[in-house]
Design a protein around this ligand. Sequence first.
Ligand SMILES: C[S@@+](CC[C@H](N)C(=O)[O-])C[C@H]1O[C@@H](n2cnc3c(N)ncnc32)[C@H](O)[C@@H]1O
Length: 315
Amino acid sequence: MAMTGLTGKPWSAPGVVPEEVRFPRGMLGLEERQMLFYLTRVAYRGEGYVVDAGAYAGASAYCLAAGLARSPHSEARFARVHSYDLFRALDQYVADAITKDFKPIGIGGDYFDVFEFQTGHYRERIHAHPGDFLEHAPPDGPIEILFIDVAKTQTLNSHLVRNFLPRLIPGRSLIVQQDYYHAWHPFTQVTMEILRDHVEVLDPLIANQSRLYRLTSAPPPDLIAEIAEYAYPAEKLLATLDSAIERDAGLTRAMLEVTKLWQLVLLNRFDDSNNLIARLRARPDFDGKQLWCRQTEQIAENVSARLKKPQLAAS
Ligand SMILES: C[S@@+](CC[C@H](N)C(=O)[O-])C[C@H]1O[C@@H](n2cnc3c(N)ncnc32)[C@H](O)[C@@H]1O
């Protein structure tokens, strides 16, 4: 089913999205902010909740809530943004980011006050769920928009697939995979490829890293359980990534190849990794500057470092 209305980047047209989406500091690009606003402002039908899975300092929550506030369905029963996050600095990267933009904080420090400050204007529309995502259930009802920016480990991805995906509305719900366009979480691309008969891609790349889908049909419970268990053998993981590569084009196809490269490294297949690095570097569009080229070089360094480490003697 080809859907119209969300293809062709309507959120990027001048005047469509207010400048206020630039206001909150956070980890999203401008186009991602515009897209989130547009989804709740224009595409939302009031049939389910809006889930902001991975809220950090509130930029995604702000954009989703700002759009919702202007939606014709803003008074619908489910018209709420449910934001999930630890709201604690998980690592030095987050601690440094909060320190730079808001207040001094160390690893483990609480920054829920920052989230509340940044999203205060729309506080009536946002329900925050602080704490470990693994311990949270989805909101009690259908989910119409699922923004995923928390699935940073395979365990988190499994929790999301097992508990949140079954709440989506076939033919209606929208899914944003914020980590699609980088190589570091191959389980994201594997998950979406295994779900391919149940989703359609509405926008393959929303800068900086997102991909937008619509759920077209309900994945059967045994498929959800299989993905959540994620007990796939190496050959299945690689074949699934090959299938995703085959069906893609351009920049995102190149990044899927780099994702496969990282999957090969995770499987300790260093000869195959080196062969793929050589093939990627030989491409005429390999300029060393685009994200997929830079990540190829990062992975190449990683492979060299691993190969230089003394091997453990066999017992
Ligand atoms: C890339 S950031 C989200 C950025 C955010 N969407 C924005 O608009 O700026 C990813 C978030 O995932 C959260 N996170 C990682 N593991 C988590 C867990 N186990 N439970 C809850 N949140 C987690 C981190 O705290 C971090 O804020």
